[in-house]
Every structure is written in C-alpha cells, then in structure tokens.
Design a protein around this ligand. Sequence first.
Ligand code: ZN
Length: 63
Amino acid sequence: MATTGDRPEVRLVAHCRRCNGWLVSAESVRAGIGPQCAAREAADQRAAAELQPTALTLFDIAA
Ligand SMILES: [Zn+2]
C-alpha cells in the first residue's frame, strides 16, 4: 500500500443532525444524518402523518 503521508487528508466528517454523532460515510454526510437516525426519522414522520390524516395546506388555513 502506498503511503498516505504525502497527500492532504480530506475527510468528510459532519455531525448527525439528530443525535449529533459523527458521520463518517459520504452518504450520511450528504444526507446530514446517520443511517439509524434516518430510519428513526422516517418512522417519526410516518407516525406524525398518521396523527394528522388531513394535513392542512397553507391555502386551507388562509381560506
Ligand atoms: Zn444520528
């Protein structure tokens, strides 16, 4: 394996927006959330959608 000391280390590192944990995979960094938190967030959104079966749009509220 070639040495990596002669090239700058570019790391994609960010914090998960949900748990603030480190994101180390490029995919998670792009999404801004870890895979487990993404699954939990999706579940939360489904639950929220079920709580509000008739979602009001801005037009409904303004009318
Ligand atoms: Zn997370």
